[in-house]
Design a protein around this ligand. Structure first.
Ligand SMILES: [Zn+2]
Ligand SMILES: [Zn+2]
Ligand SMILES: [Zn+2]
Length: 328
């Protein structure tokens, strides 16, 4: 029976370097004894392929076709390529990933698409473990390396620094950073990078003293409309597009900036404002996933209607410092 050979033919790993064109049907008789062996092992022999030594086996449980040597059929339990792939896809799905491709070089690895859209090459055993933990992002101990790098870069940019590479001493807890203001580079612990608690060994600027700003930005995403971003930055005027990794077709306008005595104060205040907004205006918080690919941020984005609310909050922060300013 050959009417099934439009199905893709799975190849055993060792044969994958053999060109696909070589797996053509061979019009040869199939001995009855082979049929008996195949049935016993859960297959039907669909046809002979490539040369006198190979057959295409149809799996009784999934219907997929896999090429095997007649020798393997006789002497071992031939593996079904379809069942194996289904199992891999199933494991990936349990972990919240999508199987993109098996690794042709190393059968212990495959490439997966992660929920964030990035791809990662992972060991099958690792994936198996993640699958038992349930769908991402609940796994602890696993993060997307690409997203992680972007987040570090963004955090560094907030403080006026840039990640230029891994730690020169090889520690996973440090990165090599360059100071935008003076160009000096030095290693910085990731924990300190998060809080901005580090000074520059080149120009002496310190996290305690460097001025920072809490800002409000309005931006428009084609097809999605307007949004508001509240954040802090060393240099919102010139660095903001870069910090937020805005796509070039996103329109952005800085609409308010409140000076802060230090990055530390700015960070604390920004966090407090987000907490307050989340508590009082949860309906105006936009899930970050909605804007994936347009803007890359780690803190909240708000609907355009939140603008007057946030402006009032910023005014209230600014006012006590200039008590004589007239009310509008
Ligand atoms: Zn199967
Ligand atoms: Zn990612
Ligand atoms: Zn410096």
């Amino acid at each position: 029976m050959t009417n099934n050979n439009t199905k893709p033919l799975h190849l055993p790993r060792r044969s994958r370097d053999v060109d696909e064109s070589e797996w053509t049907e061979q019009k040869r008789r199939i001995p009855a004894a082979w049929h008996t062996i195949a049935e016993r092992k859960g297959y039907r022999i669909d046809r002979r392929v490539r040369d006198k030594d190979h057959v295409a086996l149809e799996c009784h449980s999934c219907g997929a076709h896999t090429a095997h040597k007649v020798f393997t059929l006789r002497s071992a339990r031939p593996a079904c390529g379809g069942c194996r792939e289904a199992q891999m896809r199933g494991n990936a799905a349990k972990a919240g990933f999508i199987l993109v491709a098996r690794d042709e070089e190393d059968r212990h690895y495959a490439t997966y698409r992660l929920p964030c859209g990035h791809e990662a090459r992972l060991q099958l055993g690792r994936l198996q473990l993640l699958a038992t933990e349930g769908p991402a992002p609940d796994h602890d101990g696993f993060h997307c390396e690409t997203c992680h790098q972007e987040r570090l870069q963004q955090t560094a940019a907030k403080w006026g620094w840039r990640v230029v590479g891994p730690d020169l001493d090889g520690s996973a807890n440090y990165r090599q950073l360059a100071h935008e203001a003076c160009g000096f580079d030095q290693r910085v612990a990731i924990a300190n990078l998060e809080t901005g608690r580090f000074g520059c060994g080149g120009c002496g600027e310190s996290w305690m003293t460097a001025e920072s700003w809490v800002y409000l930005m309005r931006f428009g995403v084609p097809g999605l409309g307007g949004f508001i971003k509240l954040g802090y930055s060393r240099n919102p005027q010139s660095r903001l597009r870069y910090q937020l990794r805005l796509r070039s077709d996103v329109e952005a306008e800085l609409i308010d900036e409140v000076p802060m005595p230090s990055g530390h104060v700015a960070l604390r205040l920004e966090k407090a404002l987000h907490r307050q907004l989340k508590a009082d205006h949860a309906d105006k918080v936009i899930p970050r996933a909605e804007l994936t690919g347009w803007i890359n941020v780690t803190s909240e984005i708000y609907a355009a209607e939140a603008e007057p609310v946030i402006r009032r909050m910023l005014d209230a922060i600014e006012r006590p410092r200039w008590p004589r300013r007239a009310e509008p």
